[in-house]
Design a protein around this ligand. Structure first.
Ligand SMILES: [Zn+2]
Ligand SMILES: [Zn+2]
Ligand SMILES: [Zn+2]
Length: 81
């Protein structure tokens, strides 16, 4: 049996926070933190995955980045010889 490991931080004064500690129903697919139903957040782009709130924010940043495969395959050319 496992419990939600998400730390609730409601204000700056409450920076230490406390773990949610509801019974976990899922697990963050990034960091592996146990998540209760309220904290298991689904990425709208890859709906298979559940994330904790912190990992979801980082995960969304990854989606917002442009694909770099074009830059890797394209070698820079200089026209000035
Ligand atoms: Zn996580
Ligand atoms: Zn929770
Ligand atoms: Zn995603």
């Amino acid at each position: 049996m496992s419990y939600c490991g998400v730390v609730e931080v409601r204000s700056l004064e409450d920076a230490l926070g406390a773990t949610c500690a509801h019974s976990a129903t899922a697990k963050c697919s990034d960091c592996g933190t146990a998540l209760c139903a309220a904290h298991a957040e689904r990425c709208e782009f890859c709906s298979e995955s559940l994330f904790c709130p912190g990992c979801l924010s980082f995960h969304r940043i990854e989606h917002s980045k442009p694909a770099q495969s074009d830059q890797l395959t394209e070698s820079p050319r200089k026209k000035t010889a």
